[in-house]
Design a protein around this ligand. Sequence first.
Ligand code: B1M
Length: 205
Amino acid sequence: MKRFNEKVMNGDAEGIKDLIQEELDKGTAPQRIINEGLIAPMDEIGEKWKTGDMFMPEVIMAAQTMKAGLEVVKPILGENMETKGVILMGTVAGDLHDIGKNLVKMLLESAGYEVIDAGVDVSTETFMKEIEKQKPNIVGLSALLTTTMKSMEETVRAINEKYDDIHTIIGGAPVDQAFADKIGAKGYASDAGGAIEICDKLISA
Ligand code: B1M
């Protein structure tokens, strides 16, 4: 997967699409392509950014390259599955990071859920309006910044106050199970696989 790393690092969106197609043609599992070819380089980019070895425009280009790659893998992950439940998902107010959310969304869809994407920088008010409109079984909230954990808390508390029958799940780098417990979220997942597990558990409870 070294070639993936170079393509993501260099922001080569066309190159990554070709490389993914090549791997798919060879029979490489889509999940492996996502984990080793797309997520792993983003982790490295995060480190390089932190140490000043990469700058914002390069990070944005790498993120766009990863997104372009995800679009190629998406249709292969599974269609025509029966819907297990409806999940409303969004990145909380003040936060624009959406790569992780999109990945979780995609894998939840491939696991049989209908996922409605509320986008990024989603205020509590917008979440509440979307809940009224979409009537989801689960609301998934993503946050990547320590500063936006507060928005996540506000939204989860507002949902819990109004609804007994809607489960909230949270995820994203700065949050953990202890934070989920503190704010009253019904579930926490550290990655997309964990999100599927927790949704399956909540839906069948
Ligand atoms: Co930002 N950024 N960023 N950034 N960025 C981080 C998060 C940071 C850790 C970088 C660093 O300093 N090392 C840091 C946060 C520090 C902190 O608060 N603790 C940071 C910062 C500071 C910022 C800005 C404030 C920088 C600035 O402007 N000064 C700014 C904020 C903008 C805003 O949101 N208001 C900013 C901007 C950006 C870009 C626009 C350049 C770009 C985002 C592009 C986009 O998303 N469309 C960006 C990126 C790409 C990153 C890093 C490098 C990569 C994030 C990513 O996509 N990871 C990131 C460093 C890092 O994480 N290594 C960083 C890959 C993705 C697959 O992982 O999102 O963690 P992740 O998702 C995972 C899990 O967390 C989990 O599953 C996913 C799949 O495994 N998960 C869930 C996520 N959501 C879930 C929901 C669930 C369940 C699981 O259920 C609902």
